[in-house]
Write a new protein. Structure first.
Length: 284
């Protein structure tokens, strides 16, 4: 039978997928065979529909593509704003025409944003690349290791003699040519292989600082991710399905809203803030 992926059925399916991911039944980019069988069984109980593993796997792949495209779309948004009612980017026709070329398949999000985003984040956030794994000082993304070639040019090093490195002395070959020297491009006074060791030490220092920056970034990203913040929403008293939880799911697609929420340290203050946000938008 053909699959009926209505909004309700898709939501149920993502909830079942999330259960399997949290149970560590996704060893790579897909669930295990047993996990798909569990999902199929539970899905039939909740919907009365009996689907094959292939149908569930195909839907998993489709949801992963949608999630990846929506993440790229949000990264592409620059200044147009956010349409909270439709949960998508607020931009003109020309912007969307270009976006469809840059991100094939993203046109479906023009009138309505990604559904079940919280569940999809749990399913795919750690196995989906959106191009943010490159150094960009403006965006605060993860830096790559600095290249050793930017510190010294290996072409300037002439025939290093291992014995010189060990003893600190240089030697000459049969023609009187000295070995194991470092010569700079301006023909200045030659330096011994100690220069090489100093430069290698500098490379190590840079690598250590890069690692420290990477770890600091990862800690910050983990604490401010949508999944982590939505867990805090529940902790502060916003029950799943409540007005406060609903407004949080709309607000926290934007990083600055998550950071504002995290700035408040008391649960009561966080819950009151969510309630006010909901009342302001929906007039209750």
């Amino acid at each position: 039978m053909s699959a009926d992926w209505s909004d309700d059925n898709t939501t149920i399916l993502t909830e079942l997928f999330v259960q399997q991911v949290r149970a560590d039944n996704r060893p790579d980019k897909h669930l295990t065979q047993n996990a798909y069988e569990e999902v199929a069984k539970d899905f039939k109980v909740r919907t009365g529909l009996e689907y094959t593993k292939l149908q569930l796997k195909n839907k998993w792949d489709k949801l992963k593509t949608d999630y990846s495209n929506f993440r790229k779309l949000k990264l592409k948004e620059t200044g147009g704003g956010w349409d909270y009612e439709r949960n998508t980017i607020k931009q003109d026709v020309e912007w969307w025409k270009k976006a469809k070329i840059d991100i094939p398949g993203c046109g479906k999000f023009r009138k309505r944003g990604l559904q079940n985003e919280n569940n999809l984040s749990i399913m795919f956030a750690d196995i989906t690349s959106d191009g943010t794994d490159h150094w960009n000082p403006a965006s605060g993304t993860i830096p790559q290791s600095s290249s050793a070639t930017s510190i010294f040019n290996v072409d300037d090093i002439q025939d290093v003699d291992l014995e010189e490195t060990q003893t600190g002395e240089s030697h000459a070959d049969g023609n009187g040519k000295r070995l194991g020297r470092y010569v700079d491009g301006n023909n200045k006074k030659p330096k011994t292989s100690l220069v090489i060791q100093e430069q290698i030490t500098r490379v190590g220092d840079i690598a250590e600082r890069t690692q420290s920056s990477f770890e600091s970034y990862m800690k910050k990203e983990e604490s401010s991710s949508i999944t982590s913040v939505m867990d805090l929403v529940v902790e502060c008293g916003a029950i799943v399905g409540s007005d406060e939880y609903f407004i949080a799911s709309e607000l926290f697609v934007k990083r600055e809203q998550r950071e504002m929420f995290l700035h408040m340290t008391e649960s009561a203050a966080r819950l009151d803030w969510l309630r006010r946000k909901y009342n302001t938008k929906y007039g209750h």
